[in-house]
Structure formats: C-alpha cells, structure tokens
Design a protein around this ligand. Sequence first.
Ligand SMILES: C[S@@+](CC[C@H](N)C(=O)[O-])C[C@H]1O[C@@H](n2cnc3c(N)ncnc32)[C@H](O)[C@@H]1O
Length: 340
Amino acid sequence: MQKESIGRLDTNSELRKKILPLCRLEKGEIWEDSVSGHKVGVLDATLYEDVTKIMGDEKANLSINDPPYNVRVGNKETDNLFRISLNKYMEFSRKWVKNTVDVLGKDAHFYVWLGADQNAGFQPLPDFILMMRDFEQLKSRSLITMRNQRGYGTQKNWMAVRQELLYYTKGNPTFSVVYTDIPKILRGYYKKVNGIITENMERSKSNNIRASNVWVDIQQVFYRMEENVPGAYAQKPMKSIERIIRSSSNEKELIVDFFSHSGTTLLAAEILNRKCYTFDIAPIFAELTIRRLEYFRKTGKLGWQFKNPFPEIQIPVSTGKDKYSETGKENLIAQPTLFG
Ligand SMILES: C[S@@+](CC[C@H](N)C(=O)[O-])C[C@H]1O[C@@H](n2cnc3c(N)ncnc32)[C@H](O)[C@@H]1O
C-alpha cells in the first residue's frame, strides 16, 4: 500500500526547519503569477496593512475563507490551528472579517467555513453568526452543511460528520444555479404550468439534482485522491470550492481567500478562469500553494496524491494518525514507512 509522504507540517518542527529554506516567500512578501495574474502572500488576515498590501486598489467579487475553527485538531494545538479563548477567537474573527468586507466590491459574495465544537457549547459557530449581524453591509443568505464521509465520535453520541459553510452577500451580486452529478429520480410529480399539466422531469432544466444547502455528494480529501496535498491537514475538496466559484462568480473576476493552506481556492480559480489573491500566515503553506499551481500547470494534476511536494528533501512518512479528521482529510494511513 502506498503511503502519504508527509504528515501535519504544523506539528512537526524538525520537518518545518528543513522545508523553510525551500520557501520562496518570507513574512510580508507576495508572489505574483505572470501567467494568470494570481497573487500569493505570507500575510496575516487580521492586519489591515497586510490585506491592503496584496489588494492594492482592487476589489474582490467573491471571498472564500476557511479560518482555523478554534477546535483542537487531532488533539493537537499549533500556531496554525490554534484553540484560544472564545473571546480571543471572536476578536480574531472580527478583525479578519472586517478586513475582508473592506476589500469586497459593491456587489459581492462572502463565504466562510466554520465548525461547532460539540464538546464546548458548539462554539464558535453561534457566536460567529451573532457577530456577523454587526456587519450591516452583509446579508445572510444560506447556512450550507457539507457531509464528510468519515466522522468522529464515540458509541455514546451521534457521529459528527458536518462542515458548516456560511453564505452572505454584499449589495446585489448575481448567483447562478449549479447542479450536482446526482441524477434526478423523482417522477410522477405533476404541476400545472401555463395551464398544462407537466411531469417533474419535463419541467427540469437539468437531468441532475440542483445543489442545495446540504451537500452530501462531495468526497472528503484523503491520501489516495489525486488532489491530496501531503502536509496539508485541513484541505477542502476541490469540488466544494468549484461549486462556490461557479455559483458566485464569473470568468475573469477576482476571488480572495485569506487562509490559503493547500491553495485549493487558487487552483480552482485557475481552472475556472478566475483570478485569485490568496495568502497564509505560514511561509510553508504559501509555498505549497504556489507549488500546487505550478505542479498543476506542469502535469495537469490537482495535487501530489501521496507523493512528496518537496522532492528536494527526504521526508519521513506520516502514520496519518495526526491528520485533520474533523474537517478535512481522513486518517486512513496505517503503517509508517520512509518516502524517498
Ligand atoms: C483550515 S486551513 C485552510 C484550508 C484551505 N481552505 C485548503 O483547502 O487547503 C487554515 C489556514 O489558515 C492559516 N492561518 C491561521 N491564522 C492566519 C492568519 N491570521 N492569517 C492568514 N492565515 C492564517 C493557517 O496557517 C492554515 O494554513
């Protein structure tokens, strides 16, 4: 059985020391893509000057953000995925949301992935939702739930498989209906349209089911999938980001994501012919983001699957036990081994 090449980078300081010299960006720096005009930075979403540094005078049509959720990931707390007091977390959230809203255009979409810690009063989801009411330019639109395939929990509780995605709009942006790959099977549902009785299938614009605010058809990323980025423990499925981009932006428009990590938003923007400005506070994740785009352009692949994204160095293979299993990738790797 093949194994993924690296485990969580945020918990492995030895590995980070080896990879840091390979990172082309330092704190405060920005890489500009000469092909499609994307930008990737090592910046802090809570700092107004950092956000304006990457944006200049430009405004975004769509923002997709996936901040740390304030839950202990795989029982480990790190600088990248932290668990702080709820008050501190809300201070952090208010700052990055304000900075993001400031760079949205007149008519724009705002998405944020979030979680609810069932062992801690379901924080921070309800607190975040209440805080969002203070942003009067934003209008609440939908609370989407994506179903993970693997969950966590004990025999004494319901298995936890949900991922929340809050959707807001500013102004009056256009929204396009998107369809899933699930074929429509509901027949025999009649309705009168313009005086004529029609059957459900006749009325359909598509043979497939329309994407709703419950997503059960998206495979969670794990190391056997091509899109897997070894070392990134909180990667969102490409399909979920593509769905957001297709519904809430047009070609050539500008998308921002201020918590880049494995660079999923950037890559989806590239594939769908949009421009993306993205950054991460950690140079290693900014580097992974740039490398993922370059690797895609070279090979047509969405990720490295289980292969090493840093072939310059030998990297010990993770057991996978430290993978982010609550909101991202699955813990499916059985045996440790060495990757050359
Ligand atoms: C949940 S991950 C994002 C996953 C991403 N959507 C993907 O598909 O790969 C959160 C990321 O936010 C970064 N981060 C944490 N605090 C930050 C901050 N203040 N500014 C920018 N990035 C930050 C972390 O380093 C981590 O890589």
